[in-house]
Design a protein around this ligand. Structure first.
Ligand code: NDP
Ligand code: PYC
Length: 340
């Protein structure tokens, strides 16, 4: 980041609420979205923090989202919690279904939340960390739009499809990772374009199928998966698990549904939760110790665990009471606030 602006922690939410309510989101949705954006920004997650206010506003302008609708939670006797976002943003549906997911996981040892018919713009780690915060292990995945070519392909079929995982640790930050199965998240490419910086090699191809480092050409062409055919297979799994498995759209179908309009993709999300107390054969403490031995061995070599940068940013920003964002982003957000 070049020139930056300081924002106090309560200003992050206030700025978000101002833009979201003026864009047309009702209070409950605006609060759920602003809470997510603040959580991400405090952890210096630039691609899915305040920057995503543009996508939220674009989603509203595209005209298909309902910014005020209440999600509908389905009753079930099994371990599946299904919540219909009813064409709203995903986050309020997640909030409403979370207590039921926790209760079902404690009852059955394993449970899943399926969110249907939602617009989705956000990072997944804040959701899986809500589960590890209460002692559960969790995974989450979503499709997006078909911006990503499968390994060996030449055009977008797959989404940027993030996969997140969080493992609870006694008295410490959880072990969490959360990343797109594309080499770069779409949001990251947008940030490169805004900064006028070239992409690294191996991230994208242009519309003629040729490798490109130009962010604009990448957005007009196709992005690539990370790890070649391995990332491609994981991405296909996410399409299936958070698409046909839960009776919702794939990234290809989400792109078709958008009919060329901007904004967030429209599809489903799946969140899986596991209760270590029930899986560990009555040896929870001993198994926790074994997991900690693995973490210690990794850190002991000088390697870092995923999310350590984020946890350090959270500690630093919380202690000093402000975050720093790019001045260009701040200027553009002020302009958006004035224009909506
Ligand atoms: P990044 O590549 O920035 O980071 C991925 C993960 O890897 C993080 O947990 C990160 O930890 C960790 N990591 C990075 N460097 C190292 C390292 N050297 N050693 C160990 N761990 C490391 O993620 P992406 O850009 O792919 O995704 C960013 C966000 O975008 C995610 O939160 C994702 O959910 C979101 N997203 C959302 C989509 C949607 O449709 N809703 C679609 C695609 C992405 P740390 O943060 O500490 O650096
Ligand atoms: O960064 O790839 C991305 C993304 C897609 C939808 C929300 N974020």
């Amino acid at each position: 980041m070049n020139e930056t602006v300081k924002l106090e922690l309560d200003e992050i939410k206030a700025l978000s609420l101002n833009i979201l309510t003026k864009s047309g989101f009702g209070t409950d949705h605006a609060n759920a979205i602003a809470g997510m954006l603040a959580t991400c920004q405090i952890d210096d997650c630039q691609s899915h923090g305040l920057f995503r206010l543009f996508m939220c506003n674009d989603t509203m302008k595209a005209g298909k989202i309902d910014g005020r609708v209440a999600p509908v939670l389905e009753h079930s006797d099994n371990a599946i919690v299904r919540v219909d976002a009813q064409d709203g943003m995903s986050l309020l549906a997640f909030e409403q279904a979370l207590p039921v997911l926790i209760e079902k996981t404690r009852t059955h040892g394993i449970a899943a939340m399926a969110i249907n018919r939602c617009f989705h713009f956000s990072a997944l780690w804040p959701e899986v960390e809500r589960l590890s915060a209460v002692g559960l292990a969790a995974m989450a995945m979503v499709p997006s739009h078909s911006w990503v070519a499968p390994a060996g392909g030449t055009r977008g079929s797959l989404g940027t499809n993030p996969l997140a995982f969080s493992w609870p640790r006694q008295g410490q930050d959880p072990f969490t990772f959360d990343f797109a199965t594309s080499a770069f998240a779409r949001g990251e490419i947008e940030l490169y374009r805004r900064a006028g910086k070239p992409l690294p090699e191996g991230v994208a191809i242009d519309k003629d199928g040729q490798p490109t480092t130009d962010p604009q050409a990448a957005m007009e062409g196709a992005m690539l998966t990370f790890g070649g055919y391995k990332g491609s297979a994981l991405s296909i799994m996410i399409e299936l698990m958070a698409g046909p498995l839960i009776d919702d759209l794939t990234s290809l179908e989400s792109m078709e549904y958008a009919e060329g309009a901007g904004g967030a993709p429209y599809h489903g999300e799946i969140i899986l939760a596991f209760d270590p107390a029930q899986f560990s054969g009555g040896r929870l403490a001993a198994n926790d110790t074994r997991a900690e031995r693995l973490f210690a061995d990794i850190i002991g070599q000088g390697a870092r665990l995923p999310s350590q940068r984020r946890f350090a940013a959270r500690a630093r920003n919380t202690e000093r009471g402000y975050v720093e964002i790019a001045k260009t982003l701040h200027d553009d957000l002020q302009a958006l606030a004035a224009q909506v």
